[in-house]
Design a protein around this ligand. Structure first.
Ligand code: NAP
Length: 312
């Protein structure tokens, strides 16, 4: 718990999984003297009030940013430009303005032109999430031991970058600084392509004619269900990710299609060595992820298994 809050007033625009997790973590760590929140719909604003985890819920974005020292947009990437335009006249001079969007190049392109020179614009992306959304889905520990990538524009004030980094590290994240385009390429491989593949596989399985839908669900533990978790992610968020990171995703999709062709050829030719070598390499990547603490080795991604029934 911070004795003196890092920011006297934090404004949160958008209160879903990410905004709600930031609010809970900020409160738990005493990072803000006051947390002011708003959301697009009256229903979400009413729910945030009921939850009682922020100091004030206000009706408009303009009202939220008034006198705020840190403003964070936790809304879909495609909405960041219009909201930046809306809040620009009301921002406090010297405020840090940030976001949490999963794409950075497009956010910089859409927000920067609207923001006044007397604020510090420092985009950010906490690489942490679940397939859930909405004001009830957040939790304070979401960012623990996850990365938060900051993409400050050239010439950004180093003290403001450091302050935002301290905010995220107090929420539990490891902080890294990158250029927006590089961020978008890295995330295209590690997040955007896997989501696209999950969305594809789940709909392919759903459209098969000779295998019934009930069979797909019944035998899903064979691997399918792990894709369904990813494919349950928010449609608005992911539509905006693909619309706004088009070039990097298309580049990675090209690489993926080449690799898929190689595996297809190996299967067609019965080339067991090629398949074995490939799967050995991928297994080592999984071990590497466990080694750096980005997942747990528990079987079935931590799912519990019922005990064996005793044979009568
Ligand atoms: P979420 O749970 O669906 O919440 C989205 C919030 O944005 C809601 O408060 C919603 O308001 C508001 N909103 C939606 N459309 C809007 C618009 N056009 N204008 C203004 N506000 C709008 O989403 P989330 O998962 O927190 O994602 C928010 C951002 O975090 C996205 O940019 C996403 O790329 C990024 N992100 C997500 C994850 C993840 O795994 N989910 C991880 C890292 C980063 P209402 O509730 O009133 O509709």
């Amino acid at each position: 718990m911070n004795a003196v809050p890092l920011f006297p007033r934090v404004a949160l625009i958008g209160f879903g999984l990410i905004g709600g997790s930031i609010a809970r973590g900020t409160r738990a760590q005493g990072l803000a003297g006051e947390i002011v929140a708003t959301a697009r719909s009256a229903a979400t604003r009413a729910r945030v009030k009921e939850l009682g985890i922020v100091d004030r819920v206000v009706e408009s974005n303009a009202e939220a940013v008034k006198d705020a020292d840190l403003v964070i947009l936790s809304i879909p990437v495609g909405a960041c430009g219009p909201v930046a335009q809306e809040i620009a006249p009301y921002l406090k001079p010297g405020a840090i303005v940030s976001d949490v969007g999963s794409v950075k190049g497009a956010v910089v392109r859409d927000m920067a032109p609207h923001l006044p020179d007397n604020v510090h614009f420092i985009p950010a992306h906490p690489v942490a999430g679940t397939e859930n959304s909405g004001p009830d889905s957040g939790f304070a520990e979401l960012f623990t031991n996850r990365w938060c990538i900051l993409t400050p524009p050239e010439g950004a004030d180093p003290a403001a970058v450091e302050r935002l980094g301290e905010f995220w590290s107090t929420l539990g994240a490891n902080v890294e600084v990158m250029k927006p385009d590089h961020h978008d390429l890295v995330l295209a491989v590690t997040s955007h392509l896997p989501h696209l593949i999950a969305y594809t596989i789940v709909s392919t399985a759903d459209e098969l004619e000779d295998v019934t839908r009930s069979e797909v669900l019944k035998f899903s533990a064979g691997g399918f269900r792990d894709f369904t978790r990813i494919a349950a992610s928010d449609p608005t968020m992911w539509r905006d990710v693909f619309l706004n990171n088009k070039d990097a995703v298309l580049e990675m999709l090209g690489e993926f299609q080449e690799d898929l062709s190689k595996l297809t050829r190996a299967i067609r030719r019965g080339d067991g060595d090629a398949l074995f070598d490939h799967f050995t390499r991928t297994r080592a990547i999984r071990r590497g992820i466990l080694d750096i603490g980005q997942d747990e080795a528990k079987a079935d991604f931590g799912r519990t298994h019922a005990g064996l029934k005793k044979k009568q």
